[in-house]
Design a binder for this molecule. Structure first.
Ligand code: SDX
Length: 375
C-alpha cells in the first residue's frame, strides 16, 4: 500500500535521477553537468552551456563553431508561422504568443518534434528560433519588420539585434550572455517538470516545450522579474523602500524576487546578476534600480529572513539593456529552452511515465439519485 502522506507541491520529493543540474540549496551552489555556474558565467558562453547540457561535455572550438553555425541557420521564421501569428490580437501577452508559436511550429515542422527522433535537431531549432519569435513580437508592436541579422552574431547578440536596431554594445552582449547562462537550467523547477511529465507519456518535443512555456508564465515562477520592476516603480526612490515593502508584507503579499523552494541561502545566480546590475548601471550612469533593490533586500531580509532569487536583479539588467518588461519572461524561456530540451532528451533516454498519486479525501459510498429526484 502506497504511503499516503501528502507532500504539497511535491516539496522535497525526489522524482527521478538526472545528470544535468545539481542545486546545493544549503550551500548556495548551482552546477551544470559538473561545472559550477560561477565558472561558466565567468568564462563560457550560452552556446557552450547549451552544448554542455545537450551533450554532457564542453565543446571543442570546432564543435562550438559548428553549433553556432547550425543555430544561425535555424533562426528564420517560416512564412506559415508568420501568417498564424499575424492573426493573433496585437496586444496578446508575449508568453501566450511564444506558447502559440512553439505549438504551431510542431505542425509546420513535424519531423523534428517526434519522440526519440533526433530531438537534438528539435532542441537546436527551438533554441535558435525563440529569439526570432521575440523579435517578431517586438517588431510587430512597432510595425517594423525583423531586419536581416548577420549570421555570425553570438546568441546573446542575436537576441539584442532581434529586439532593437540599436548598435550592440559589447557590455550589453556580455551581460545578456551571462543572464542566458544563468537561466539555462535549474533541475526540476516547475516548467522543466512540466516538460518531463509531457515527454514521459512519449508525447513529442514541441508539446513538451509548449507545456513548459505555459508553466513558466506563472508569476510564482518565470513571471516574477516583471513584478519586481513594478515594485521598483511603486518605490520610486530608495528611501521609500522600507515603507512600501513593509506595507506589502503587512498585507501578507509575496515580495517577488525573494525566497526559493530549494535555496535556503542566497541564490548564486542573484549574486552574479547583482554584480552585473551594478556594472551595467555604472556604465550607463543609472544605478537607480540597483540602489532601490539593495534597500529592498535589506528590508526583506530583516523582516522575513528571505534571500534574493534569480528574479530579483534580472529585470534591472534587462531594463538597462533596453528590453521591455513584458519580454523578461520570454527571455527566461529563450535561455531555459536549452535546459527544457536537455531534460526531454534525458527523459526519452530513460523513460518512465510520471504519474504520482493523490490521497483521495472525498466520499466513496454515495448512492446514485436520478436527476428528477434530486433537490
Ligand atoms: C523561479 O524552482 C525553481 O528552481 C524556480 C527557478 C528556476 O530557475 O526555474 O529558480 C525560477 O521561479 C524563482 C522564484 C521566482 N518567484 C518569486 O520570486 C515569487 C516570490 N517567491 C515566493 O512565491 C516563494 O518564495 C516561492 C514560490 C519561490 C517558493 O515558495 P515555497 O517554497 O512554496 O515557500 P512557501 O510559500 O511555503 O513560503 C514559506 C514561508 C511562508 O511564510 P509563512 O506563511 O509560513 O509565514 O516564507 C514566506 C511565505 O509566506 N515567503 C515569502 C516569500 N517567499 C516565501 N514571504 C514574502 N515574500 C516572498 N517572496
Amino acid at each position: 500500500m502506497a504511503d499516503l502522506t501528502v507532500q504539497r507541491g511535491l516539496e522535497d520529493v525526489v522524482a527521478l535521477e538526472s545528470s544535468l543540474t545539481f542545486i546545493d540549496g544549503k550551500g548556495g551552489r548551482l552546477i551544470y553537468r559538473g561545472y559550477d555556474i560561477r565558472d561558466l558565467a565567468a568564462h563560457s558562453t550560452f552556446e557552450e552551456v547549451a552544448y554542455l547540457l545537450w551533450y554532457g561535455r564542453l565543446p571543442t572550438r570546432a564543435q562550438l563553431d559548428e553549433l553556432r553555425h547550425r543555430l544561425a541557420a535555424l533562426r528564420a521564421l517560416p512564412p506559415g508561422l508568420l501568417q498564424i501569428l499575424d492573426e493573433l490580437p496585437p496586444d496578446s501577452s508575449p508568453m501566450d504568443v511564444l506558447r502559440t508559436a512553439v505549438s504551431a511550429l510542431a505542425l509546420l515542422e513535424p519531423a523534428e518534434s517526434q519522440p526519440g527522433a533526433s530531438s537534438i535537431g528539435g532542441a537546436l531549432r527551438l533554441t535558435a528560433v525563440l529569439p526570432s519569435i521575440l523579435g517578431y513580437i517586438q517588431r510587430r508592436r512597432s510595425s517594423k519588420l525583423l531586419p536581416s541579422i548577420p549570421p555570425e552574431l553570438s546568441h546573446a547578440a542575436y537576441v539584442l539585434a532581434a529586439l532593437s536596431d540599436r548598435p550592440i554594445d559589447p557590455l550589453d552582449e556580455g551581460a545578456l550572455d551571462v543572464a542566458l547562462i544563468l537561466h539555462a537550467d535549474h533541475e526540476l523547477n516547475a516548467s522543466t517538470f512540466a516538460a518531463r511529465v509531457t515527454a514521459s507519456t512519449l508525447s513529442d518535443l514541441y508539446s513538451a516545450i509548449t507545456s513548459a512555456v505555459g508553466t513558466l508564465k506563472g508569476p510564482l515562477h518565470g513571471g516574477a522579474n516583471e513584478r519586481v520592476m513594478e515594485l521598483l516603480d511603486e518605490i520610486r526612490t530608495p528611501d521609500r523602500a522600507e515603507e512600501v515593502v513593509k506595507a506589502r508584507l503587512a498585507r501578507h503579499e509575496r515580495i517577488m524576487g525573494f525566497g526559493h523552494r530549494v535555496y535556503k541561502v542566497e541564490d548564486p545566480r542573484a549574486t552574479i546578476l547583482r554584480d552585473w546590475a551594478h556594472r551595467v548601471g555604472t556604465a550607463k550612469g543609472d544605478l537607480s534600480y540597483f540602489e532601490r533593490l539593495r534597500k529592498v533586500e535589506e528590508v526583506v531580509h530583516r523582516e522575513k529572513g528571505l534571500y534574493p532569487n534569480v528574479d530579483l536583479y534580472s529585470g534591472a539588467v534587462y531594463t538597462l539593456l533596453g528590453i521591455p518588461k513584458d519580454l523578461f519572461t520570454p527571455i527566461f524561456a529563450v535561455s531555459r529552452v536549452a535546459g527544457w530540451t536537455a531534460h526531454v532528451l534525458e527523459e526519452y533516454q530513460d523513460l518512465r511515465l510520471i504519474r504520482p498519486m493523490a490521497n483521495y479525501v472525498g466520499p466513496t459510498d454515495l448512492s446514485y439519485v436520478p436527476i428528477d429526484a434530486r433537490a
